[in-house]
Design a protein around this ligand. Structure first.
Ligand code: CA
Length: 532
């Protein structure tokens, strides 16, 4: 008699023999990816990176560093918000993805991006937070973005094409939305979540509950706060419009309250800033003392806005752990570029100089990345796309211009890893009159060409001899051979990366617009005009 169990066994054997192999997209062991991307976060303001000023403690970002790998030299391709985001998505430089400057030409969302590749391969994809690429996001099953640059308090957002209004502080709102999305996701698929914070971007408006976070600490000043731009440095250094001395206005200084606060919130804001502003006005500071006061106010606001970013990282990590997702989820913390925190007397970014060129990049990948590891290789946001394509087990996208970081994350040291890097900044004159420039970067040197509109000036910095980058060595005879080698390397990179010849079309989106010192415009007016 043929038993029921016999039938069952036959059925199972037959199923094993004839069932098709699970397609790649159905494999369940592919890691999830959470990419936490803040805006304008300088490495000097991540305690895991260490900094002589010890500006802030970021225990949650540091937790990622303790459990993962910290990249010490992650460079950006073009140090402003939109272009950096376009590079992350496409794995391409601005000259190939077409997004050179903020707010001029919309990002071409029909081009290939890594979220599209992951989505096609069965990943569930979401983007929540700052987008800033003018066109609507593509390649995401769900997206909810801040309007333009976004606002810190009570932000309106666009959810899958429709406007939604939120109450509260932007970092908290974005964190809650990210965790809600994780809770409601399709658990049968691996996921990619890009959580893009607005903070600590200008105007550095803190979470009201953290206004007193530093107990009125006096922050150490950077040695270059009163930089005189000497040592053979050119016009670009002197003619910028991004200094705490010249460019900081009443809104930057929080002498005016933000326009987005509700009545109760405004009371709280005034309770903190009111007496401090009154004391500042009464002191009638002049010259250097006024700059020092502004620097202190700037540090308070910038760092206070980071407290919530760090807290957000902690909330996301706690959620992953509570849900048992931590083991199979890669978490990356990064920012779209660095930021000047008073170095050279500046705020803002844009320059090929270390403070803006370098960005935090920390990766936790349990079981693959050795905890507390550090990497000094030159890596870039250009590598993000290929890294995630590799992590998802997909074939290399041959049109991308970076390299997968997976071998580095595994602790390998590939002999053919890049030892030079190409950089190009275009936006001029808005917002800060920083001269367009391009250059080549190695572990020790930077050779830079400032070229527009009235410049044709080369500069050489030597990070070993002068880590603060305050000396231009271009005319020093002992550097002649080095300069020749760097020029040859620059040409090689331009060829390899398909850099087109300099063209007004690419480099001057504001070409005929009158320059009206927009950096002096009150931030509240900038908001009305769409901000930058
Ligand atoms: Ca930015």
């Amino acid at each position: 008699m043929i038993t029921r169990s016999f039938f069952l066994s036959v059925t199972i054997i037959a199923w094993v023999i004839i069932a098709p192999k699970k397609s790649f997209a159905q494999q369940s062991n592919r890691p999830n990816i959470i990419f936490i991307f803040s805006d304008d976060h300088a490495t000097a303001a991540v305690s895991a990176y260490g900094d002589e000023r010890k500006l802030i403690n970021t225990p949650n970002i540091d937790r990622l560093a303790k459990e993962g790998m910290t990249f010490n030299r992650c460079l950006v391709t073009n140090a402003i918000c939109g272009p950096s985001r376009a590079t992350v998505l496409t794995g391409k430089y601005s000259h190939l993805n077409g997004f050179y400057n903020n707010e001029t030409t919309p990002f071409d969302g029909s081009q290939q991006t890594f979220p599209k590749l992951l989505q096609k391969a069965g990943y569930q994809t979401a983007l929540i937070g700052k987008w800033h690429l003018i066109s609507d996001p593509t390649g995401f099953d769900h997206w909810e973005i801040l309007v333009n640059q976004g606002q810190y308090y009570n932000p309106p957002m666009i959810k899958d094409g429709k406007k939604v209004q939120y109450n509260g502080y932007v970092t908290d709102v974005l964190t809650d939305l990210s965790i809600d999305w994780l809770k409601n996701r399709d658990t049968t698929k691996p996921f990619l979540l890009m959580c893009h914070q607005k903070a600590p971007h200008m105007p550095w408006e803190p979470n009201l509950k953290y206004l007193k976070f530093d107990n009125d600490r006096k922050y150490p000043e950077p040695p270059t706060l009163f930089d005189d731009y000497g040592n053979n440095r050119g016009l670009a250094w002197r003619d910028q419009y991004m200094s705490i001395a010249k460019t900081f206005n009443d809104d930057h200084m929080k002498l005016n309250p933000p326009v987005d606060l509700y009545e109760e919130q405004l009371k709280e804001w005034n309770k903190y800033y009111g007496p401090r502003n009154a004391a500042f006005r009464a002191a009638k500071l002049t010259s250097k003392d006024s700059i020092r006061w502004r620097y202190q106010r700037y540090m308070h606001d910038y760092l206070a806005s980071l407290v919530s970013v760090d807290e957000s990282v902690g909330k996301i990590l706690d959620y992953l752990k509570a849900e048992g997702l931590d083991k199979n989820t890669i978490v990356v913390y990064s920012s779209d570029q660095g930021f000047f925190l008073g170095e050279h007397g500046w705020f803002d970014k844009r320059w090929i100089l270390e403070e803006s060129l370098r960005t935090p990049f920390i990766v936790r990948w349990p079981g693959v990345v050795k905890p507390s590891s550090k990497n000094d290789k030159i890596v870039s946001l250009l590598d993000v796309s290929e890294t995630f394509v590799d992590v998802a087990g997909l074939p290399k996208a041959t049109d991308m211009q970076g390299s997968s970081l997976v071998p580095l994350l595994k602790g390998e040291s590939p002999t053919n890893w890049r030892n030079s890097f190409y950089y190009h900044y275009y936006e001029y004159p808005r917002w800060h009159r920083v001269r367009p420039h391009y250059g080549v970067i190695t572990d020790r040197y930077k050779l830079v060409h400032f070229y527009k509109p009235d410049l044709d000036q080369w500069e050489l910095y030597d990070l070993k001899a002068n880590p603060k980058e305050t000396i231009n060595y271009i005319n020093v005879p002992s550097y002649a051979k080095t300069i020749a080698k760097l020029k040859a390397e620059l040409s090689r990179l331009e060829k390899q990366l398909k850099v087109p010849p300099i063209s007004e079309e690419h480099r001057s989106d504001y070409g005929s617009a009158p320059f009206d010192d927009p950096a002096l415009m009150p931030l509240n007016s900038q908001k009305k005009k769409g901000e930058h």
